[in-house]
Write a protein that binds this ligand. Structure first.
Ligand SMILES: O=C(O)CCC(=O)C(=O)O
Ligand SMILES: [Fe+2]
Length: 253
């Protein structure tokens, strides 16, 4: 049984999981979030969505979610979150952002893309920890990926459709370690699943069906310090007055 302070059910990210993450670029952990965490997160995300209606440009509640909600902020240095991030990135880590990814019924697909960080230095890692509170299916708000694509550390991956990606970026490329041809994988996630992804991985999101429910998700990002980060969504005010215990995680370098 999880204790009341736990956000995750019993789980240790060991060598096997680390190898899988490094090989594929993502790791799906089904049902990791406790029921209570899921409930609190949904309340927080609804609140953040409300704030979003009066968004100020440059400090949008969606992008700076932890700055608009105390519960979301309290998870930045939650012991289980830090353990997960440090098991992958090593001891020296920084918080980079906390973004709400709430997709109501009818939300269109998100095109293929990747994200940047230290393209020239594979020693500097950047991970995203997605909390897929309501889960998704591969045809309804699902995340799709290209296992192995993260190893190219290419920030410029982009395509509007699966075919465009297959005929474009993927064409002729192989997994640098296994030699297998790269291909698209459509994920399915049970409610409460967590997906960890290296930031350079190619990914896109399938449209949320018109008759579906709202897909609730929030992503926390951590990285090794060493380079600037385009996605570092931390306001000056939040950086100078971080949540309790978070000061060491805030600096850029
Ligand atoms: O909404 C999602 O599932 C993923 C969104 C995304 O591409 C991102 O946060 O980088
Ligand atoms: Fe993305």
């Amino acid at each position: 049984m999880p204790s009341p302070d736990d956000i995750f059910n019993d789980f240790t990210l060991g060598e096997e999981e680390r190898l899988s993450l490094d090989k594929h670029g993502h790791l799906l952990i089904p049902g990791l979030l406790t029921a209570e965490t899921s409930e609190r997160l949904i309340n927080s995300l609804r609140q953040v969505t409300q704030w979003g209606k009066q968004a100020v440009k440059g400090h949008e509640p969606q992008r700076f979610s932890a700055e608009f909600d105390e519960y979301l902020a309290s998870l930045i240095n939650h012991p289980q979150m830090l353990m997960l991030a440090r098991n992958i990135l090593g001891e020296d880590i920084r918080y980079d952002h906390c973004v709400s990814l709430v997709r109501p019924a009818g939300t269109p697909a998100m095109p293929w893309h990747s994200h940047e960080y230290a393209e020239d230095d594979p020693g500097l890692g950047f991970i995203r920890i997605f909390f897929y509170i309501s889960g998704f299916t591969s045809d309804d708000g699902g995340l799709k990926v290209v296992p192995g694509s993260h190893l190219y550390r290419d920030r410029a991956i982009g395509a509007r459709t699966d075919d465009e990606l297959r005929e474009g970026w993927i064409a002729g490329k192989r997994h640098p370690e296994t030699g297998e041809e790269l291909k698209i994988e459509y994920l399915n996630a049970a409610p409460g699943s967590v997906i960890i992804m290296w930031t350079h991985a190619a990914h896109g999101v399938v449209a949320r069906k018109l008759g579906s429910t709202t897909r609730y998700c929030v992503v926390y990002a951590y990285r090794n310090p060493g380079r600037t980060s385009d996605a570092r969504w931390i306001s000056a005010g939040f950086e100078s007055r971080p949540p309790p215990g978070c000061a060491a995680l805030m600096p850029l370098y």
